[in-house]
Design a protein around this ligand. Sequence first.
Ligand SMILES: *Cc1c(COP(=O)(O)O)cnc(C)c1O
Length: 417
Amino acid sequence: MYKEFGIDEKIEKLAIEAEEEIKEEFKKVENNCLRNSIKVLEAFQEYKVSDIHFNSTTGYGYGDIGRDTIEKIFAKVLKAEDSLVRNQFISGTHALTVCLFGLLRPGDTMLSISGKPYDTLDSVIGLEENPSSLKAFGIKYDEVNLQEEDFNIPAILEKLKNNKIKLIEIQRSRGYATRRSLTIDKIEKVIKAIKEVDKEVIVMVDNCYGEFVDEKEPIELGADIMVGSLIKNLGGGLAPNGAYIAGRKDLVELCSERLTSPGQGKEVGPSLGINKNFLQGLYMAPSVVASSLKTAIFTAKMMEKLGYKAVPTWSERRSDIVQTIEFGNEKDLVKYVQGIQAGSAIDSNSVPMPWDMPGYTDKVIMAAGAFTMGSSIELSCDAPIRKPYIAFQQGGLTYEYGKLGVLKAIQNMVKSS
Ligand SMILES: *Cc1c(COP(=O)(O)O)cnc(C)c1O
């Protein structure tokens, strides 16, 4: 079967071996998928979803029962009091921006406790000078670095004792950092320690790439509010754009008044035909996340067999869908990423090349043969061209397509060496 797809016998044999060895890990992923599917199905049933919820509004979007029901369902699935699930969010970054501007006021301090946040937040926070940043509005920023890939609890508590902190940010996923993602156990422990010292402080989790990877979500771990993108996990590959914020009702309300306008909040925002995609995307999400995880586990096992370093390793507990592979040289990295593109259904004939992307110091190469532009719940892979030549791979709408993409990438790399 693989031969037809241009995969030679040696790699096929390796793949068969790898799949045999990762069986137990796949079982864990499947159990977790079932648990998350139950959460989703129960929420659909509780709110009696029917085809009236697929209807749409235009203009101001008053009385959009589909939209309002979707927000109840997201809240229920994420164990939150309320949520804001909107196509008016342009991206995960936009939802994080709305959340920070919605909750922070001039003179307040935000504290990041997982080191420097995701790159796109530099201009939002004001780490990169910008006349529209939080800093420009008089909001202060402080951070505590991780220590040995875990929270530095003594340093965090010290900060809380010395200053009034309004909001603490935790980034669960690694983003483009080389650290591991933060597991739910670590997040639960740090939030408990924080709340013992300061019950008032708002704990916000950037949950991008984390949803449905494990059995609990940030609100269940004690967080007050969480944020994520719908062209990642919870969109299930079917949401064409959008993002969500979920958590305490009063906080979600504040965010909604920043997204729309004070006094209008959640009451407005036309769904413009998106409701069915959001509902069906959430319905598919547990299985799509499971496929992404299986693709990542398979990748880690294959690359380890071929002598490359993969983080997380194939058997490690995961907290996001990101897999990194360390190639050690530029040639293998580029060939692999080009192979991921060649193994896609969309734009398989394009050959990605390293280029000088605005805002980045090193050249970057990106493979994204996706139905939705920029979607990274679909198999995608990108890398800055710098030592030690690490690629960040994520997604896979089905395990079979994910596996085929990875095999194509490996074949492309091996063929040229
Ligand atoms: C994807 C992501 C974001 C938001 O990115 P967008 O591309 O703006 O949706 C923020 N934080 C993390 C950790 C992410 O992975």
